[in-house]
Ligand binder design. Sequence first.
Ligand code: ATP
Length: 768
Amino acid sequence: MEAPKKKIAVMTSGGDSPGMNAVVRAVVRTAIHMGCDAFAVYEGYEGLVKGGDLIRQMGWSDVRGWLSEGGTLIGTARCMAFYERPGRLTAAKNMVLNGIDALIICGGDGSLTGADRFRAEWPSLLEELVATGQLTADQVKPYKHLNIVGLVGSIDNDLSGTDATIGCYSALARICEMVDYIEATASSHSRAFVIEVMGRHCGWLALLAGVATGADFVFIPERPVSDCWQEEMCTVVKRHRNYGKRKTIVIVAEGANDKDGNKIIPEQIKDLLADKSEGGLALDTRITTLGHVQRGGTAVAYDRMLGTIQGVEAVQAVLEATPETETCFIAINENKIVRKPLMKAVAETKSVSKAIDEKQFDKAMSLRDTEFSDQYKSYLTTTNVKTDEHKLPEKQRMRIGFINVGAPAGGMNAAVRAAVAYCLSRGHTPIAIHNGFAGFARHHDDKPVGSVREFDWLEVDSWASKGGSEIGTNRELPSESGMDLIADLIKKYEFDALFMVGGFEAFHALSQLRIAREKFPSLRIPMVLLPATISNNVPGTEHSLGSDTCLNELVQYCDKIKQSASATRRRVFVIETQGGRSGCIATIAGLSVGASAVYIPEEGISLDMLNTDVKHLKKVFAEDTGQSRAGRLILINEKASSVYDAKLIANIIRDEAHGRFESRESIPGHVQQGGVPSPMDRCRAVRHAIKCMEHLQGYGKKSAAGATDPLSAAVIGIKGSELVFTPVKELEENETDWPNRRPKQAEWLKMRGIVDILGGRPQHARPE
Ligand code: ATP
């Protein structure tokens, strides 16, 4: 006899956060795909307690188009009844009556605490329901073990154990967008702005917004300013004004306190900045409270991806659970999705708030994840550039060359800025090599003057949110410029280390420099590469700077196109993405917009594949009742096939559709490089650049470590749950698919199956 279908319900609870809809869509569709019945509980715990129409079975097409909607479409509420046992008793009854045996909850720590309490009480709730005659023993028998899995949906990023909560990067994006706007007016009028952002117990949003925008001062709950914070802040602002800065930005988390636990309010800060008395700053100061705009809008690409893959993982966790399995939640550490014990994380989160209340701030800081404390260090480095506090003794100060190689990518400038800040704060001399190796080599010809020069901090300080590459970039490899010339120039400028930022060309360049070390002793200086390319194809990392910016551009582009399709006719858009011979961007964008198919170079395109996909589209449109008039999207990487391109595929589809639906190609092209880099790219740029500087500094002045130490020519990167340096030699020899200019193995390839399943693509369309 076939086992009864598992019934899995999904719910969103607590404050809404962008990406919750991606969770619901992923849970519903994965559950259906796995042969289960999917349910949605509307209005959070309120729906569970009230039951009736608030608990609904969901079909495949009920969640169509949800990825591009903000908030949560199944609603959320704060439910007082669920705090009390009688409320939870009714909720249990409703679960049994609906036959639900697993609950996936997306919410903040409160919602997850409620969930765990519910599960702990479950057996006694069932007993009481039977004892009071509300249900029979037979009715409750199949539901002995309640299965609960948590997903963290919150804009605050306040849950311990996970690097990011679903929604936090969307909120950060909104904040940074607003601060970027404000900066323009602040700079024009030479004004100061005090910007209040959300975060009652967690300063993540304020801190990362400060890092991403290059704010002058940040107030966060975990690290209250000292007794004389007024003086401290004014000193920093004065210092920045003295070297010529025309704007002052102070970001304050709503939960920021001083050391005694007194709330720091924006008016207080404004009064200090505007103080016209002798020695006061006398700045024209305004306050902006961002409020609920921080929650609003559609989710950024990262939150859609995170919500989706965590939703899929949650269903898998439900299906694998046994009665003994501890209640888990789904976390992400760097780039790795992991299941972790729910109550431990909730307890740790509560202990951060407790530590803050008890004024144990070091403890609070230590309980946050490493990214948080790294970013706090980043913020201190970039705001304390012109102080002597951290300067190294003269003989340890290095001359560090900075070079960008390859196409521009979002975050390059933020990386250079942070690294320059680090150098200046330690007493090193950062030197810009303009326009890559080609610019370096041309300088030798004494043609353009100034292609190698020291950075001017006032100029660099304004680069935090700038797109492109301010020091210029070029694809030329050192071998093309002349390796002996490059080696001579490195000697001539007496570089002690080289900091490279760029994509696959930069990786190739680093490899060439390493190999040439044997012949040219001047190349034995330590060198490090921070990968930056929208293609995300650099061996040694799962995330290159610029790829998140590119994904956001693509997602916005696709959202608009999809909307135009729904407003006109039934259409399939075939959208060509960049990415070189790496299908990473196409695949993750496909995941984030709900593509019907994604074509990538790793798989190529066969006639069979096209045939299957076209047949499927015909079927979908034939079954379409009109309710889902929205367009369908197919994403194709620019190098997926040497025969089929976007135009040809669109033509084939149109021809096959016989007028029943339309098809068009669309090529966003260089738009994908993005305008303003995403905050994620900017923040990662800052954190990783500072790590690179620490790495180079570790070798000291005049080091010839290149003769012996493999890590003296290294790539920094995220690998699984870690941020690591890998020797370029190891990457060249073992991990690089040279002909295709990409890593041999890539983590994102695992997502292809998910895109297909959730997009409803026939399983046999792709080769395995
Ligand atoms: P946010 O991050 O937006 O604050 P949250 O999930 O922490 O989200 P809460 O308001 O704390 O938001 O919790 C949401 C709901 O979860 C509550 O309205 C309540 O129904 C339930 N809940 C929270 N804590 C508990 C608890 N200790 N016991 C039972 N239910 C709880």
